[in-house]
Design a binder for this molecule. Sequence first.
Ligand code: IPE
Ligand code: IPE
Ligand code: MG
Length: 254
Amino acid sequence: MSESDMRRARDAAPAAPRHVAIIMDGNGRWAAQRSLPRAEGHRRGVEALRRAVRNASDLGVEYLTVYSFSSENWTRPKDEVGALMMLLKRFIRNDLAELHANGVRVRVIGAREGLPSDIAPLLAEAEEITRNNTKLTLVVAFNYGGRQEIIAAARALAQDVAAGKLRAEEIDAALFESRLTTRGIPDPDLVIRTSGERRISNFLPWQSAYAEFVFTDVLWPDFDRAAFENALAEFATRERRFGGVNAINQKTAS
Ligand code: IPE
Ligand code: IPE
Ligand code: MG
């Protein structure tokens, strides 16, 4: 390949995703396949999360968002909810120092209301300690529900209008975004869901309006470097148009 061919090939290749968001699903089925309790699947899921953070960092991803507990997951049996809360606490306590040493900034999205009283301060502390890190931003979606997030933003804006601080005509996408818990985080380029389910389950509905979706049958505890690379390779074959026309059509049209 000549140098100009190489340059052309490089320019045509879609950029690596800056922001990858993952619906970490299938812990329960992973455990059931081995006749283990569901909590063991969740424990192995945390190991897969550690791996994913390292891999995202190595693969040049700038933002990694992980769906770790949805607003709807409160409907699960009390024991399972308790196990998930304990795992989150352990993850923050045990892994924060290493994340910090590796330049990872932690952000938590979702509702802080309704969380056990020992969790909210831990989350705030993780965000505070790592706030100046720049290698990778790990966004933990915890007690997160996309519809709830949109409603909370709408309510906050409505209150400002009612108080005379804002005119309804001033509300646009940028202002709306500034009231979401994801404020300041670029939209995900790629959303991955493991475990073979093909739905978004209330995950980032506003933010993923133009994301690419990759669904894999791999259960979350088995999600490894190869699975991550496969998802990025699939992303690289996609042509993103954002409502416009692709490069070939553009050429024939002009
Ligand atoms: C994902 O695994 C983890 C959480 C939702 C917290 P699941 O627990 O949903 O696993 P499956 O879907 O039952 O296999
Ligand atoms: C979505 O998975 C939530 C998380 C991965 C944290 P679920 O397992 O809760 O989703 P549904 O119920 O299958 O849609
Ligand atoms: Mg599930």
